[in-house]
Design a protein around this ligand. Sequence first.
Ligand SMILES: C[S@@+](CC[C@H](N)C(=O)[O-])C[C@H]1O[C@@H](n2cnc3c(N)ncnc32)[C@H](O)[C@@H]1O
Length: 386
Amino acid sequence: MIMVTLDKEQIHRIIYDPGDTAYLTHNFHPYSAKFIPQLPGYLIRSLSSQDETILDPFCGSGTTLVEAKLLGRRSIGVDIHPLGAFMSRVKSTKIANDRLSATQPLMKRIKRRVESHVKHHGESGFAYSIPDFKNRDHWFQPHVLQELSIIKSSILDEDLSRELREFLLLGFSSIIVYVSNQESETRYSSYKKRIPPLHTYQTYRKKISDMVRRMREFNQVASDCEVVCYNADVRELNFLEDNSVDAIVTSPPYPNTYDYYLYHKQRMNWLDMEWEFLKEVEIGSRLKHSSQGMGIDSYMQDMQEGFEHFRRVLRPDRNLAIIIGDSVIQDELYKGDNMVANLSESVGFKILDHVDYDLGLASRSFNRAFRSTSKREHILILQNLK
Ligand SMILES: C[S@@+](CC[C@H](N)C(=O)[O-])C[C@H]1O[C@@H](n2cnc3c(N)ncnc32)[C@H](O)[C@@H]1O
């Protein structure tokens, strides 16, 4: 049976004391403001039945899609961030165990190439290419650059299935900020870290071995339900059919909180992904609201365009679960529940239930910006009144 009221005690338990939040493929790659996976898990179970279709139109790192696959629901993910859409696909795609075994000989080949490069002062005997992008040498120390280049060229040089190549490239992407001069996942300033020779390769080897173990476990417990990921703009969802979705579970960008394009810029440089366009199309970025001085109206306009599609693609009377935080723009506090109430009223959703909690205490809020504030985060369940 579909339950549209929220069990507040259970939600508070999930938020404040969720236990392991990095199980299975959830741990593959860092991403800011990921869901605590138990939360979309709870919402998917409450709002849908087996084999129904779940949409997450701001899927980010794909947490909702992984949970949908674990719970036997089909799912569709959309994100404007090419890396987000990419990691969503890899995290929710099974790879047969015998295919995963091919990673072992590959790791040995990479080790030989990196070691002989270190021993022979730059000569590895393996033809690899070093990518060229703006400020490359500011962000990467020379030996890190060489080791990353050997790893990437080795992956591309192999005759692999698309799934396995993407899996290996996602592991590669996950270590890039750590071995670069970028301070942290959410701080885009540079300092020279102490990264000894071979450390980049060793970090990659450990990462892949962990990912292989997790993928084997995922293979055992995940359903075979289809997952489709689109790298697209939430305001342009015409490619999704009317009434094609049974529930929406999502968390939009909170206004003036993150710059997703910025934190992952170096990764996208290595993965040959475009990122310049994200400055224009990323909704709610700090760039737009802090640097360019845009007010809340532009955010609400963008969200309204998304909401109109949500109403169109969601079946009548079915539910949209949205998780949104309070935000401050130019010293003014905007409450997440009020934003959703305005959007619901103008587009045609009815609010059925609402739970909120202190954002600074929630365990996913590793962003220092939230820790000392009294901002709250809200979960709202809406019904499609069409
Ligand atoms: C709060 S995050 C979602 C995180 C996700 N729930 C997870 O578990 O990883 C919001 C996402 O909205 C995406 N986004 C921003 N502007 C967008 C747009 N115009 N269209 C689609 N996605 C957008 C960002 O790239 C980001 O991944």
